[in-house]
Design a protein around this ligand. Structure first.
Ligand SMILES: Nc1ncnc2c1ncn2[C@@H]1O[C@H](COP(=O)(O)OP(=O)(O)OP(=O)(O)O)[C@@H](O)[C@H]1O
Length: 255
């Protein structure tokens, strides 16, 4: 599934929040969206997910403009985990994951063996098998995040859109999740604040600043001292750690 944003702009009265963004994500590619708070990452993801109607430009999946897609078709094509995803209900973890199967069923049919198999596989990938029957309200923040990710995997779509999926996750689950998004055949757009993990696991990074894309490319091309200074307003040195991965060392902010 190839995803394109073409000259996309979106805003609210008096404020343009996403400004003329053009972005192509190849089928199977994992693209990391990075940028400081308020740079427009979530807004762009919501446009790409079809939850915001662009003021200008378009979002195109495999050549089709999604503006005309009904919600069910969107749910069959893309799964989206939002940053503040919450579920205000008495559902259990397996039932939250089963929500991902909704678009695959007719309204009158309950889950079948294939739905249960997809949910079981998704729970296993997110290390949640032991919590399948646990009520949602009893989960920790990281367990809730993983349950939402399991819901998105159970949805079994060709595109996966993730907004800060590492929120609340401990380091092992962060690494496992990034490994998962790196190795999946799905097309992934993932907004991340951890720049080193973004560079390590994404095929390409897209740097946003004030609603627009200012740089894109391989981690080493985007994570440079000058971009970090210009966009994040930090003094930093970029090098390699002992494993050969990009590492960013930050200096104290000037006062
Ligand atoms: N519905 C809205 N009404 C008014 N302002 C909005 C709305 N949605 C987003 N914004 C503003 O647009 C800007 C971009 O927000 P967005 O959530 O897209 O940024 P972000 O890059 O995802 O930030 P963060 O890293 O903090 O999650 C912010 O200044 C935000 O306050």
């Amino acid at each position: 599934m190839r995803i394109e944003a073409k000259n996309l702009s979106w805003g609210v009265p008096g404020k343009t929040i996403v400004r003329d963004v053009t972005l192509t994500v190849a089928s199977g590619e994992t693209v990391g969206l990075i940028g400081p708070n308020g740079s427009g990452k979530s807004s762009l993801l919501r446009c790409i997910a079809g939850l915001r109607t662009p003021d200008a430009g378009s979002v195109v999946y495999d050549g089709e403009d999604i503006a005309r897609w009904p919600a069910r078709q969107r749910a069959l094509k893309m799964a989206f985990v939002e940053q503040t995803a919450d579920t205000d209900s008495d559902l259990r973890v397996a039932e939250v994951a089963m929500l991902g199967r909704t678009a695959h069923r007719s309204r009158w049919r309950g889950p079948d063996a294939s739905d249960h198999a997809k949910v079981a596989a998704a729970l296993a990938r997110l290390d949640l098998e032991g919590l399948a029957d646990r009520p949602w309200k009893q989960l920790s923040g990281g367990e809730r995040q993983r349950a939402h990710l399991a819901r998105a995997l159970a949805q079994d779509t060709q595109a996966l859109l993730l907004d800060e999926p590492l929120n609340h996750l401990d380091v092992r689950h962060q690494l496992e999740l990034m490994e998962l998004v790196h190795s999946t055949t799905q097309t992934v757009v993932v907004a991340l604040h951890d720049l080193a993990l973004a560079a390590r696991y994404c095929d390409r990074l897209v740097l946003m600043h004030r609603g627009t894309v200012v740089a894109e490319g391989a981690g080493a091309d985007v994570l440079t001292s000058s971009w970090l200074r210009d966009v994040f307003d930090v003094e930093a040195e970029v090098g390699r750690d002992s494993l050969g991965h990009l590492a960013v060392g930050y200096r104290e902010p000037a006062r």
